[in-house]
Design a protein around this ligand. Sequence first.
Ligand SMILES: *Cc1c(COP(=O)(O)O)cnc(C)c1O
Length: 362
Amino acid sequence: MKRVFNFGAGPAMLPLEVMQQAQAEFLNYQNLGASVIEISHRSGEFDDIIKRCDALLTELAGIPDNYKILYVHGGAQMQFSAVPLNLINRKAANKASFVLTGNWAVKASKEAARYGMSINLASSENRNFSYIPDYDLGLLDPDSSYLHITSNNTLFGTRWHSFPETGEVPLVADMTSEFLSRKLDINQFGLIFAGLQKNLGPAGLALVIIREDLLEYALPATPGLLNYQVYAEQHSLANTTNTFAIYLMSLVLQWLKDQGGVALMEKQNEAKAKLIYDAIDDSDFYYGTADAAHRSAMNVTFNLHNEDLLGEFVEQAEAADLYALKGHRAVGGARASIYNAMPRAGCEALVEFMSDFERRMG
Ligand SMILES: *Cc1c(COP(=O)(O)O)cnc(C)c1O
């Protein structure tokens, strides 16, 4: 069986053990004589799966009692609509504030403007989102219904190393490309969301963690299937959910627990990223595209000083089973996405290839 090291940004590599378990039990789940994708979302077996997901998430992320865990249709970008629909009405001013650190935040800000007023507190667009901008919390209007940030910027390879203290204004974080890769204090956030396909499972659903007191502000026109209150009341089963995605996520979460949990994973992730950043910094052939102080541990963005060699770099890497290293078109260059499931051996293989490529082509 051929398996590459997959550096794609998402849908991304999942732990091999997880897919092997899914494969082994695919045709006959728990001796039912039916597949997990053939059973009712209201069956006892699926109820066990979704409850296991809740319990593992609560334990792994340290989710306090006053938060709800929701599994919402439509992936991460659907939350760019769902968040304002549910929250922008929290204050009569109907304002949402944003820090623009990349394309995802820009999109979220534009989408929120359909339902109220979007205010952009700060932006790093002037240097193509290669850093997290300074922001003055004094400028955050206390009449803002929430402040939205993207905690890890998948395209640009930056992340927030610490989070703003927003006081009464709930902090909303799009953590799609890093949730469960680092320790968090959930109490700092009013709402966290993450599309599953980067670090948690297959595409198409988003995990939403919301403080209970924020459930009551949905605009009257909010579609039922985007209304967080409906999800909270019906345990995310107002209609048929993506049962397979939740099942697979439950296996990923169990795998993460078996690996030693988030704190250990964070250490490994930092060490994996350091391997690649050191290789970039120690060379005159490669350079990092994000400011060193704001670098992501999940998406390592870099380029070759001689960009004419980039195509060759990506092609030869692929021939060496290092898959999907081409950077996003908004940045150019190369990008190594190294989520939880990427083993250290994958990063070592990439570093070795980079040095070999430099020796041959430099
Ligand atoms: C991938 C990604 C998205 C988009 O996810 P979809 O599920 O395709 O909508 C949004 N935000 C961030 C930070 C991402 O990495």
